[in-house]
Design a protein. Structure first.
Length: 511
C-alpha cells in the first residue's frame, strides 16, 4: 500500500519551504506517523554524506533528522552543485555524473530524470506512512514547466496535493498566492489544495478578511498562518543566511563563561560550500562568528576560518585579489590561529594540481601547510570518525582533492594515533572533515587552544550540546505547525489527497 504524501511548494525561493517541510515532518513523527522527507531536485552547495556514502542536500538531511530517520539518497535523488555562473555538477542518487550547463540540463537531461525521481518517491511511499516533499523555487516558473521534475511535474506524476507557502514578511503575499495559481494550467491547478502563510507579525484577525477574499477568488483555503519567530530554520541551501548559526546564538542566553569573548572571522570565498560548519562555533556562549571579505576584518579576529568551496582555485584567486591571502600568510607566520576546512585546507597547502575542477593544472597555494593536493576525478564521499586533541570526533568528507601531507603534526587520527586526515603547523590547522566542530568535546578542546594562542580569557561552556540544540530547533518547528496550522485538515490532505471540485482560476498557463 502506498503511503500518503504532500508537496510543499512556495511562491518564491526562500519562502520557507524547507522550514515548513521540516516542521510538518516533526509534527507528524510526534503523532506516531512514520514519515520521510523528499526533494526531487535540489540546487545547493551545502550537502551531506549519508551512511551509505551518498551525497544529498543538507536541508534533506536535517529534514530526515526531523523525521528521526537516517537520510538516504532516495530523499534527494538529484543534487545540482553550482560551479560557476552557468554550470553545475549533477549528482544523481548520491554520486556525481558530470558537469552540465543550465541550458543542457533544462534542454533535455532534466525531463529524462522524471522517471528516476518518481521511482525514488514511490519507494519511499511504499516504506513510510507519509512522505513530505519539498518543491524548489516557484511552481509558476512557466519558462521551466515543460521540463519540471520538482514542483508540478512531481505533483502530477505522483498524484500529490500541493500546499503553497508564502512569506508575508516580504509583502505582496496575496498577489503571490493568486498569481501562482492563475499561472498554472488547469491540470496543475487541480493539484493545488491551498495556502500557508509564513512569517506573519501582528494580529491574525486583521489578516482574516484577506484570507477570506483569497478563498473567494481561488476556491482554496489557507491551512495556517505561522507567526514570525526569530532564530527558526534549518541548514540553508545557499547564500550567507546561516540560519541555524543565528538561531542557536539567539537561543543561548547565558553570558560567556570566561571573561572574554572569542571572535571568529570566516572568509566569504566564492562558491562557499557547507558554511554550516561554523554553526557549532556560534552555538557556544561567548563566540561571535562573522563573514568577512576584507583583510582589515581579520585584524581583531582570534580565529580565521577558510571554509569549503566548490571552486578551490577560484577561491584562492579571490583571496589574493582582495589581499586576504597575504593577511592569512602573515597570521600563520605570527602564530595566530587559522583553520582551513576542505577547500580551505587545500588553499593553505603548497600547491594544487587541478585538471578536474578548474582545469588550471599547477597552481601555487598559500604555502602555510606542508600539503600538496591533486584533484582526482572520483569524488571522496565518506563519514569518518577518529580523535583529535584527545577527543572523539566525527565528520563527513566531500571532495575531489587528494592531499599528500608532507609534514607537520597529526590533526585527525585513529585510536592508535595514526594520521587519518589533515595536519597542523603551529597555530594553523587544516582538515577535509566537514562537521567536525559538531563533536562537542573536540570543539571545546579546539576553542581552548585558540583562546590560549589568542591570549583570550575565554572558557568554553561545559554543557553545550550541539545535537540537543538541533533537536530543540526541530521541536520548535513542529510546535509552529501544531499550534498555528489546521493539522486535522493537513492530515486529510496527506492521507486522502487534494479535495475534488476546486475551481479553475483564469487565465491559466500561457499556451
Amino acid at each position: 500500500m502506498t503511503g500518503g504524501g504532500l508537496l510543499v511548494a512556495g511562491t518564491t525561493s526562500d519562502a520557507g519551504k524547507s522550514v515548513v517541510t521540516a516542521g510538518i515532518c516533526r509534527w507528524l513523527v510526534r503523532q506516531g506517523v512514520k514519515v520521510a522527507p523528499f526533494k526531487a531536485q535540489n540546487m545547493s552547495l551545502n550537502s551531506f554524506v549519508t551512511r551509505e556514502g551518498a551525497e544529498i542536500g543538507r536541508a534533506q538531511a536535517m529534514q530526515a533528522q526531523a523525521c528521526r530517520v537516517e537520510p538516504t539518497a532516495l530523499m534527494n535523488p538529484v543534487l545540482l552543485k553550482p560551479g560557476g555562473e552557468r554550470s553545475s555538477q549533477v549528482v544523481l542518487l548520491g554520486k556525481p555524473v558530470g558537469e552540465m550547463t543550465a541550458r543542457g540540463y533544462h534542454g533535455g537531461r532534466q525531463q529524462k530524470l522524471l522517471g528516476t525521481v518518481l521511482d525514488c518517491l514511490e519507494q519511499l511511499r511504499g516504506t513510510y506512512d507519509a512522505v513530505i516533499c519539498e518543491g524548489a523555487g516557484s511552481p509558476a516558473e512557466i519558462n521551466l514547466r515543460r521540463t519540471d521534475i520538482v514542483n508540478m511535474g512531481i505533483a502530477r506524476g505522483a498524484g500529490l496535493p500541493v500546499l503553497v507557502v508564502g512569506d508575508i514578511d516580504r509583502g505582496g503575499v496575496f498577489a503571490s498566492f493568486f498569481g501562482t495559481v492563475a499561472l498554472l494550467s488547469r491540470e496543475d491547478q487541480e493539484c493545488v489544495a491551498g495556502f500557508l502563510v509564513n512569517k506573519f507579525r501582528g494580529d491574525v484577525s486583521l489578516l482574516e478578511p484577506g484570507l477570506d477574499m483569497l478563498c473567494g477568488l481561488t476556491g482554496r483555503r489557507t491551512y495556517g498562518v505561522l507567526p514570525f519567530r526569530h532564530g527558526l530554520g534549518i541548514d540553508e541551501e545557499d547564500g550567507l543566511r546561516v540560519s541555524l548559526r543565528g538561531a542557536v546564538r539567539e537561543s543561548v542566553v547565558a553570558p560567556p563563561v570566561g571573561e572574554d569573548v572569542l571572535r571568529v572571522a570566516v572568509c566569504a570565498v566564492p562558491l562557499m560550500s557547507n558554511f554550516t560548519d561554523v554553526d557549532a562555533l556560534a552555538a557556544e556562549p561567548g563566540v561571535v562568528v562573522r563573514f568577512v571579505d576584507r583583510p582589515e576584518e581579520l585584524a581583531d579576529a582570534d580565529l580565521v576560518i577558510v571554509p569549503g568551496t566548490r571552486g578551490t582555485v577560484r577561491a584562492l584567486e579571490w583571496l589574493r585579489e582582495r589581499g586576504l591571502a597575504d593577511a592569512l600568510v602573515r597570521r600563520a607566520a605570527e602564530q595566530r590561529p587559522v583553520l582551513g576546512i576542505c577547500g580551505g585546507f587545500q588553499i593553505l597547502g603548497e600547491h594544487i594540481e587541478d585538471d578536474v575542477e578548474s582545469r588550471r593544472g599547477h597552481v601555487d597555494g598559500l604555502g602555510v601547510l606542508p600539503v600538496r593536493v591533486r584533484f582526482a576525478r572520483e569524488k571522496t564521499l565518506t563519514r569518518p570518525e577518529g580523535q583529535a586533541l584527545g577527543q572523539r570526533v566525527e565528520g563527513y568528507e566531500i571532495h575531489h582533492g587528494v592531499a599528500d601531507v608532507l609534514g607537520g603534526a597529526t590533526f585527525m587520527s585513529d585510536d592508535e594515533g595514526h594520521s587519518l586526515d589533515g595536519c597542523r603547523v603551529g597555530q594553523t590547522w587544516g582538515t577535509h572533515w566537514h562537521g567536525s566542530l559538531e563533536s562537542d568535546g573536540f570543539r571545546r578542546a579546539f576553542l581552548r587552544e585558540v583562546a590560549a594562542a589568542a591570549g583570550r580569557r575565554f572558557v568554553p561552556a561545559p554543557g553545550t550540546s550541539f545535537a540537543a540544540l538541533r533537536e530543540e530547533q526541530l521541536d520548535r518547528l513542529g510546535d509552529l505547525i501544531e499550534q498555528h496550522a489546521d493539522t486535522d485538515a493537513l492530515w486529510r490532505l496527506i492521507e486522502s489527497g487534494v479535495p475534488r471540485g476546486l475551481p479553475f482560476v483564469p487565465p491559466g498557463a500561457p499556451v
